[in-house]
Each structure stands twice: as structure tokens, then as C-alpha cells.
Design a protein around this ligand. Structure first.
Ligand code: ADP
Ligand code: MG
Length: 238
């Protein structure tokens, strides 16, 4: 599960059309990257999918079911934010368990899921620490852990690595790719970084001024960019 379909999804802010009507299909388990220059609408598109913004017109389906009018909490998606937004006074265990507690799961089920997520993220030895006692990369993993425990249909990432230094970025990139291989859950990943797009994606969606310029695998876009804009963005020789 984890397929998402957009049909003629349009977004206006006041009179300004930021996303002209747009169709997009995301398949179960796919790692999809939205790439494009600053201001092209990547975050807006992700927020429409997450339900953090309302569409102006069009339909969103998640796992075949209409989701256009569902609030974010009912969409079964997990948005992983750039800022860690962890609770500094709580242990890693409590931070990760927090959404489960809010959802009313019993302590045993909370613990089971927290330990499973910690194992996947190599955080087992850190469960009793507080966020302040962790590195930046570990804190990012705790934030991801807090999403994993909810067993979402898809993870949505909006430039999650842009606060990290270059060395840490490479490591986290690999970690997110590995996480996708382990969980096989759909991931939508927004970036303006061509290297991230080319190395992480099953499918790249190149956005330009709110419309889809081209969709394809990294290899397809590299070999066959539709135009100079795509070529420039993908770094191919056309
Ligand atoms: P990106 O994430 O690709 O940098 P955004 O989705 O943040 O782009 O923004 C796309 C366009 O929509 C930009 O022109 C931005 O100024 C505009 N925009 C985004 N959010 C709002 C908002 N809440 N109100 C008005 N305009 C907005
Ligand atoms: Mg953005």
C-alpha cells in the first residue's frame, strides 16, 4: 500500500495560481523525488498531499480512497520535518512513543513498536538518552522513528537534510535509502539537490513553475531529458 494519485490538483494563493492543474501517480512502495528550483512549488505540492494546505480544485486519492477532504491526521501519511521538533525533556523512547500515546495505544503495544523502530534505525542503545545528548544525525533518526511507529502509508520529506553539514548529509542520504529498502514504504522526498534526486529516486518528478516538466527514472531523465531545463537540472549532457 501507499499509492497516491493526484487528479487535476490545482492550488491558488489568492489570485496567484502556484500549481496549475496537475496529474500525478505515485505507486506502492516507490521512492519519488520532487526536484526543481526554489519557489517552483515543491513544498506546496507536498503540503497538499499531506493535507496541510487545501487544494483549490482537483482530487487526491490515497490507496484508492478519496482523501481530498481528509484532515492531515486521517490521511495515514507521515511528514518528516526539517527541524527536529523533539521534546528536549523527554527520553528518546518517550519522544518516539509520543504519537502512539496520543493515539491511545496501550503501553505494551507502544513499547513493541518503539523497539522495532529503534532496531530499524540503530537507536536501540540510545532509547534512554535525551535529545540533547545525541548528535544531529541521531536526532534526525529519532524524528524519523516518531513517524515510523505510526506505520504510515507513505513518508513525506521536505528537504530533511538541508540543515546538516556536507558529511552528515551523505550519511543520512544512505540511511534514508536503506530505510526505504527495509520498510518498502512509499516515500516522497523534496529536494533542490540534483545529487540527492539522482542517487535516491526510483522516480523523479521535475517541477517548474508549479507544473510537471518531466517524470522518469534517474536513468531515463539522464538519457532522454525533454529539454534544456530538465537536462540542466539533472546534470545530463544534452
Ligand atoms: P519550493 O518549495 O519549491 O521552494 P514553495 O512551494 O514553497 O516552493 O512555493 C511556491 C510558490 O508559492 C512561491 O512563489 C511561494 O512564494 C508561494 N507560496 C508558498 N506558500 C504560500 C502562501 N502560504 N501564501 C502565498 N504564497 C505562497
Ligand atoms: Mg520548499
Amino acid at each position: 500500500m501507499g499509492n497516491i494519485t493526484l487528479e487535476k490538483v490545482q492550488k491558488k494563493f489568492g489570485e496567484t495560481e502556484v500549481i496549475p492543474p496537475l496529474d500525478l501517480a505515485i505507486e506502492d512502495g516507490e521512492f519519488v523525488v520532487f526536484v526543481g528550483p526554489s519557489g517552483c512549488g515543491k513544498s506546496t505540492l507536498l503540503r497538499l498531499i499531506a493535507g496541510l494546505e487545501d487544494v483549490s480544485s482537483g482530487e487526491i486519492r490515497i490507496d484508492g480512497k478519496p482523501a481530498t477532504d481528509l484532515p492531515p491526521a486521517k490521511r495515514g501519511l507521515a511528514m518528516v520535518f526539517q527541524s527536529y521538533a523533539l521534546y528536549p525533556h523527554m527520553s528518546v523512547r518517550k519522544n518516539i512513543a509520543f504519537p502512539l500515546k496520543m493515539a491511545g495505544l496501550n503501553a505494551e503495544e507502544q513499547n513493541k513498536r518503539v523497539e522495532r523502530a529503534a532496531a530499524v534505525l540503530n537507536l536501540t542503545d540510545y532509547l534512554d538518552r535525551r535529545p540533547g545528548q545525541l548528535s544531529g544525525g541521531q536526532r534526525q533518526r529519532v524524528a524519523i522513528g516518531r513517524s515510523i511507529v505510526r506505520e504510515p502509508a507513505a513518508f513525506l520529506f521536505d528537504e530533511p537534510l538541508s540543515n546538516l553539514d556536507a558529511a552528515l548529509r551523505v550519511g543520512m542520504r544512505l540511511e534514508i535509502t536503506e530505510l526505504h529498502e527495509r520498510l518498502k514504504t512509499t516515500m516522497i522526498y523534496v529536494t533542490h539537490d540534483q545529487v540527492e534526486a539522482m542517487t535516491m529516486a526510483d522516480k523523479i518528478v521535475v517541477l517548474r513553475a508549479g507544473h510537471v516538466e518531466q517524470v522518469g527514472s534517474p536513468l531515463e531523465l539522464y538519457r532522454n531529458p525533454r529539454n534544456l531545463f530538465v537536462a540542466g537540472f539533472i546534470g545530463s549532457p544534452k
